[in-house]
Design a protein around this ligand. Structure first.
Ligand code: ATP
Length: 260
C-alpha cells in the first residue's frame, strides 16, 4: 500500500505545526523522517495514524482519502508505534501484544489459536517471549518498546508508522529492529534522530525543518554536509560505509567555529 501526504498543514490554536507538507512512500518502501527537534516529524506521522486531522490538505492511503475511511478499516492497514503509546495498564506482556489483534476482532470475539501463535511469533521476533507473563509495568524502557513493536506486528498492517522506535533500545536491539524494517516488505514511515541509522535503514529520507520537508531523496543524495549544517546546525564529515556504501556522518566535538 502506498501513502501520500498532499499539501498537509496542521494548525493548533493559531500555531502552524506543519505547513504544506508533501511526503509519500511507495508500497514496500522505507521512508525516514529526519529533522531537528520540533521540526514537525511527529505531527506529520500523527496525521498518518489519525491522531490528528490535517487542517488543510489530504492524506491518501492507496489513493483513498484516509479521513473518509472508517477508523477500524484504516487501523487494519496502518499500525503505529508512537512516543506516547499507552502502557500504563497492568496487563501482562502477552495481553498487551494480543491487543494488536483488536482491529480484526468483532464484538467480544476471542483470539483464535492461529492468532495466539501470531502473537507468540511476534514476541519471539522482538525477543520478549520470555517476558510473556510479566506485567508490562515491571519492564525496562527497552523491553517495553519491544513489546509495543510486537503489538504493532500482530496487527498485520501493510503500513508501519514508527516515531523514534529506537528510543530506549540497546545497540543490538536497534540493529535488529532496523534490519527488520528494511526487510519486512511493508510500507514504513519512520522518524529517526540518528542520521547514520536512518541512512543505513531507509530507501529514502525526507529532511524536515520548521514544519516543512526541505529535501527528499536517497540517503547519499540528501545527507550532504551543507544541508546538514543548514538544517541541524552542525557540520559533519561524511564517509561511506566500507561494506554497504551508505553515508556515515562523523561529528567533531571541538568548539564550533566562531564560538571561541
Ligand atoms: N498540541 C500542540 N499545540 C501547540 N504546539 C504544538 C502541539 N504539538 C506540537 N506542537 C509544536 O509543533 C512543533 C512540531 O512538533 P513535533 O512534535 O511534530 O516535532 P518533532 O520534529 O517530532 O520533534 P522531536 O524531534 O522533538 O520529537 C513543535 O514546535 C511543537 O512544540
Amino acid at each position: 500500500m502506498d501513502v501520500t501526504l498532499e499539501d498537509v498543514s496542521v494548525e493548533i490554536a493559531g500555531t502552524t505545526l506543519v505547513e504544506r507538507l508533501n511526503l509519500s512512500a511507495d508500497s514496500g518502501e522505507v521512508v525516514g523522517l529526519v529533522g531537528p527537534n520540533g521540526s514537525g516529524k511527529s505531527t506529520a506521522l500523527r496525521c498518518l495514524y489519525r491522531a490528528l486531522r490535517p487542517t488543510t490538505g489530504t492524506v491518501l492511503l492507496d489513493g483513498t482519502d484516509l479521513n473518509s475511511m472508517p477508523l477500524a478499516e484504516s487501523a487494519r492497514s496502518i499500525a503505529a508505534l508512537t512516543q506516547k503509546s499507552h502502557t500504563e495498564l497492568d496487563f501482562t506482556v502477552a495481553e498487551i501484544v494480543a491487543l494488536g489483534r483488536f482491529p480484526h476482532l468483532r464484538g467480544n470475539q476471542r483470539l483464535s489459536d492461529a492468532e495466539w501463535e501470531l502473537c507468540r511469533e511476534a514476541m519471539q521476533r522482538t525477543d520478549v517471549e520470555h517476558l510473556a507473563r510479566r506485567s508490562i509495568l515491571s519492564l525496562s524502557g527497552g523491553e517495553r518498546q519491544r513489546v509495543l513493536i510486537a503489538r504493532a506486528l500482530v496487527q498485520e498492517p501493510q503500513v508501519l508508522v514508527l516515531d523514534e522506535p529506537t528510543n530506549h533500545l540497546d545497540v543490538r536491539h536497534q540493529v535488529e529492529l532496523l534490519s527488520f524494517l528494511r526487510g519486512c516488505g511493508l510500507t514504513v514511515l519512520v522518524a529517526l534522530h540518528d542520521l547514520n541509522l536512518a541512512a543505513a535503514t531507509c530507501d529514502r529520507l525526507a529532511v524536515m525543518s520548521r514544519g516543512s520537508v526541505v529535501r527528499t531523496g536517497k540517503p547519499l543524495e540528501v545527507l550532504e554536509p551543507e544541508l546538514v549544517r543548514e538544517v541541524f546546525g552542525v557540520t559533519p564529515s561524511i564517509v561511506t560505509h566500507p561494506r554497504t556504501g551508505a553515508p556515515q556522518l562523523l561529528y567533531d566535538l571541538t568548539e564550533p567555529e566562531g564560538t571561541t
